[in-house]
Ligand binder design. Structure first.
Ligand code: NAI
Length: 385
């Protein structure tokens, strides 16, 4: 099958998430990295792009230059990844979608619910794919959890318990460090800090695994470090469209926790447990039986998990491989469109603009509920009510 052309905005030298995208996009040989506007400093972006192998005329100084340079090329990029800071996601994604490019946008997709609705409308009107990088749902065993829940292995879901806790902002003595401080300042970060940054990964995963949407929620938000305006810890209770009860804890002051993303699902006939730091094992407890440990890479788990697993059993697969699964899905989605055929349903698992919008609505609901002593608040975007 033809190799697709891929470009990237953001992800410059020293960025946190850029390398994971460049690794993930190229694992399966589906995408060739051909264009980029990698840095907010034009010269650094051009130089770094060329160091990574881009042709000089496609190592752009800004995203506007990249849009102008790519849009009329016969070999223009098939997919653009947006991995810039949060406030720039909306204008960049909107401009590329309007020009008919498929986009993979980092989270959060937008800064407001209204912007999120606009992205959904543009994506639907243009037919351009807008994916959002909730990349942890790319893990093979997260996909297997979803498949197990869908095929009834644990019966009707009663409770889902998700968390994403780390301790990297726990040091009060470091709270005024500008690299930390901006995250808790509404002028720079928006209406939520820890929930918007990490909690939404856990909440999206709860929806992904159960196949249910969050409908309403009640939030208890605190700033454990008192100088912070926005929350560094939150407990969110929620109710889902299929009747599941949700519990979610997110924190940035949990000393000793590193990248503490995890999920447990309890159904009428079994329970499942998975954590991001041990992603190659899934714990399955069928009612009245012994605990089973499901290893990534065992044969015949589910079509979704088998497709998402690459290295043989016993060898760890980590986060860039989870991102690779989002890219693998997108390659299949783009090829299917080009060929005018339906896509493989096992690949139709990448998070979409609708998911990015639902997350923004949840962020606003958490902030609102947190200010109202945990009042139950509608978490659905107006367009889906
Ligand atoms: P970073 O600050 O480490 O890197 C940002 C990069 O974007 C830098 O290279 C910078 O020069 C470049 N940049 C800034 N403005 C630009 C512009 N207008 N045009 C072109 N390049 C520009 O940030 P980090 O941590 O890599 O985060 C980037 C995004 O990825 C954020 O939205 C963040 O929320 C998201 N992220 C997602 C993760 C996930 O698991 N899905 C994990 C970490 C970050």
């Amino acid at each position: 099958m033809a190799i697709l052309n891929w470009g990237m905005i953001g992800g410059g030298d020293g960025s946190q998430i850029g390398p994971a995208h460049r690794l993930g996009a190229r694992v399966d040989g589906e995408f060739a990295f051909v264009a980029g506007a990698l840095d907010h400093r034009p010269d650094e972006g051009r130089a770094y792009g060329q160091r990574l192998g881009l042709a000089a005329d496609r190592a752009y100084g800004s995203w506007q230059e990249m849009l102008a340079g790519e849009k009329d090329r016969p070999d223009r990029v098939d997919l653009v990844t947006v991995a810039t800071p949060n406030a720039t996601h909306f204008p960049i994604t909107k401009a590329f979608l309007e020009a008919g490019f498929h986009v993979l946008c980092e989270k959060p997709m937008t800064m407001t619910v209204e912007e999120g609705e606009e992205i959904v409308r543009i994506s639907r009107a243009t037919g351009a794919i807008c994916a959002v990088n909730y990349g942890y749902t790319g893990y093979a065993l997260v996909r297997h959890m979803r498949a197990m829940v869908a095929r009834g292995d644990i019966g009707k879901v009663r409770v889902v318990n998700a968390e994403f806790a780390h301790g990297h902002h726990a040091d009060a003595a470091d709270a005024e460090n500008p690299r930390v401080r901006w995250r808790y300042d509404p002028a720079q970060a928006g209406i939520s800090a820890q929930f918007a940054d990490c909690g939404i990964h856990a909440m999206h995963m709860a929806s992904f695994v159960t196949g249910q949407e969050v409908e309403k929620l009640s939030a208890d938000c605190v700033s454990a470090i008192p100088s912070r305006v926005l929350e560094d810890d939150a407990m969110v209770n929620f109710r889902m469209s299929g009747g599941a009860v949700g519990r979610l804890w997110t924190s940035s002051i949990a000393i000793g926790r590193q990248h503490g993303l995890g999920i447990q699902v309890f159904g009428e006939t079994g329970g499942l447990r998975w954590t991001q730091e041990q992603p190659n094992q899934l714990y399955y407890m069928p009612l009245k039986q012994r605990l089973q440990v499901i290893e990534r890479g065992e044969g015949n788990l589910s079509p979704e998990a088998d497709r998402a697993s690459r290295v043989t059993v016993g060898h760890a697969e980590g986060m860039p491989l989870a991102f690779a699964n989002i890219y693998k899905d997108l390659a299949e989605a783009i090829h299917a469109r080009k060929q005018g055929r339906p896509m493989d349903p096992a690949a139709d698992l990448f998070p979409k603009a609708e998911d990015g919008l639902r997350s923004m609505a949840a962020v606003f609901a958490v902030a609102q509920s947190g200010k109202a002593n945990g009042a139950w608040t509608d978490a659905r975007p107006p367009m889906f009510r």
